[in-house]
Design a protein around this ligand. Structure first.
Ligand SMILES: NC(=O)C1=CN([C@@H]2O[C@H](COP(=O)(O)OP(=O)(O)OC[C@H]3O[C@@H](n4cnc5c(N)ncnc54)[C@H](OP(=O)(O)O)[C@@H]3O)[C@@H](O)[C@H]2O)C=CC1
Ligand SMILES: O=C1Nc2ccccc2C1=O
Length: 332
C-alpha cells in the first residue's frame, strides 16, 4: 500500500515524485504543533452552491481527498456533512475544517456547536478563527446574517470595538478537544500573530494560519515567521480564485509547458513544495481529480515562481475591515 511506502521514505520530496502516477500518495500529511496530522491538499468550498458542494465533496472523497475546507459563512456545511456521510468513508479517515465567523467571536462554543449540527458531525478536525475581526451580532436572531453594517454608515462593517481577537483566542484555545481536535487562525499577519503570541492570556500557539497565498502573494516573511513558530500555513485562493489571472500568467504558462503539467498542478505543487497545506476549490470533477496530483519541482523552477510577485504583486481578497488586518506590506 502506498502510504506504508511513504512512511519509510525520508522526506516530502521523495513522495512528491510518485504522485504524478499515483495520486493516492497526495494524501500525505504533515504534523501540527499539537501532534495531529493534516493532509497537504484539501478541497476548498467557498462559493460552491449547496448542490455543487455535495457533488464536489463526494467526488473529492471518492478520488482520494481526505481533507475538506468549509466555513459557516460559506453556507454549505450541511452539504459537506451529507457528502461525508454518503461517501461511506469512516469519519476518522477524514480531516474537516470549519471556521468561526466574525459575528460570533464572543461565543465560539455556541458557534462551533452550530457548525457541528449543520455538518452532522461530533467533531471537526480544525476550527479556525476566520478573520481577526469581531463584528457586532445581528439584532434579530438571523443566524445567517453574516455582515452587519453600521446604521450611520451602511458602507462600513459594524465592528465590535469592545472585543478583540486576543479575547476570542482566549476562548477558542479552551474549546473542548472532543469537539475540535485542533484550533487555529486565518487571515493573520505577522503583526497580529505577534500580538496574539505575546498576549499573557495566550497559552496555546495556533496550529494553523490560513491565509491568501499564491505566486502573486507568496508571503515569504509570513511563511518564515509561521514556520519558526510552529504554525502550519494553509494557502487559500492558491489558484488565484475565480477568473484567475494567475493561471494565464506568462511565466506560469511557460514553466508548466516546459514540465508538461497544467498551470494548476504547477502552482499547487509549488505550495506543497514549500510545505504549505493547499486548498484548491473546484466543482468540476476532472479538476477536482487533477488538483490532487503533486509533482516535485526543481529548485530553479521553485525560485522562478517565488519571484513572480516582484513584477505582479497582487492581493485578491481585500476589503476594509475597519481594523488593521493586512498590516504588513506586500514585499516587493
Ligand atoms: N480563510 C479565508 O478567509 C478564505 C479561505 N478560502 C478557502 O480556500 C479555498 C480556495 O480558494 P478560492 O478563492 O476558492 O480559489 P482557488 O484559488 O482555489 O480557485 C478556484 C477557481 O479555480 C478554478 N479551478 C479549480 N481547479 C482548476 C484547474 N485545475 N484548472 C483551472 N481552473 C481551476 C475553479 O473553477 P471550478 O470550480 O468551476 O472548477 C474556481 O473558479 C476556498 O474555496 C476556501 O475553502 C478562500 C478564501 C478566503
Ligand atoms: O472565506 C471567505 N469567504 C468569504 C465570503 C465573503 C466575505 C469574506 C469571506 C471569506 O473570508
Amino acid at each position: 500500500m502506498h502510504i506504508s511506502i511513504l512512511k519509510r521514505t525520508a522526506g516530502l520530496l521523495t513522495w512528491i515524485n510518485s504522485c504524478t502516477t499515483t495520486p493516492d500518495s497526495c494524501t500525505e500529511t504533515v504534523k501540527l504543533n499539537d501532534g495531529n496530522e493534516i493532509p497537504y491538499v484539501a478541497l476548498g468550498c467557498w462559493k460552491s452552491s449547496p448542490e455543487d458542494t455535495y457533488n464536489a465533496v463526494l467526488t473529492a472523497i471518492k478520488s482520494g481527498y481526505k481533507h475538506i475546507d468549509t466555513a459557516h459563512v460559506y453556507q454549505n456545511e450541511e452539504s459537506v456533512g451529507k457528502a461525508i456521510k454518503d461517501s461511506g468513508v469512516p469519519r476518522e479517515e477524514l480531516f474537516i475544517t470549519t471556521k468561526l465567523w466574525c459575528t460570533n467571536h464572543r461565543d465560539p462554543l455556541t458557534a462551533l456547536n452550530g457548525s457541528l449540527k449543520r455538518l452532522g458531525l461530533d467533531y471537526v478536525d480544525l476550527f479556525l478563527v476566520h478573520w481577526p475581526v469581531p463584528l457586532k451580532k445581528p439584532t434579530s436572531d438571523a443566524d445567517e446574517q453574516f455582515f452587519v453594517m453600521r446604521k450611520d454608515d451602511p458602507t462600513k462593517f459594524d465592528n465590535d470595538f469592545d472585543w478583540d481577537f486576543v479575547k476570542t483566542w482566549e476562548l477558542v484555545q479552551k474549546l473542548p478537544i472532543s469537539k475540535c481536535k485542533s484550533v487555529g487562525v486565518s487571515n493573520m499577519s505577522v503583526t497580529n500573530l505577534k500580538t496574539l503570541l505575546n498576549a499573557p492570556s495566550t497559552t496555546k500557539v495556533p496550529a494553523c494560519n490560513q491565509v491568501e497565498m499564491h505566486p502573486y502573494l507568496p508571503q515569504h516573511a509570513l511563511l518564515e515567521f509561521c514556520q519558526e513558530n510552529g504554525i502550519q500555513v494553509q494557502a487559500y485562493s492558491p489558484l488565484g480564485s475565480t477568473g484567475s489571472p494567475l493561471l494565464k500568467d506568462e511565466t506560469i504558462l511557460e514553466l508548466s509547458k516546459e514540465l508538461g503539467i497544467s498551470p494548476a498542478t504547477l502552482v499547487i505543487s509549488w505550495a506543497v513544495n514549500r510545505k504549505v497545506v493547499v486548498l484548491p476549490k473546484s466543482v468540476t470533477p476532472s479538476r477536482i481529480e487533477s488538483n490532487l496530483s503533486i509533482v516535485q519541482l526543481p529548485d530553479d523552477v521553485m525560485e522562478k515562481i517565488s519571484l513572480i510577485y516582484k513584477t505582479h504583486p497582487q492581493r485578491l481578497l481585500c476589503r476594509d475591515w475597519g481594523v488593521p488586518v493586512f498590516n504588513d506590506e506586500i514585499e516587493t
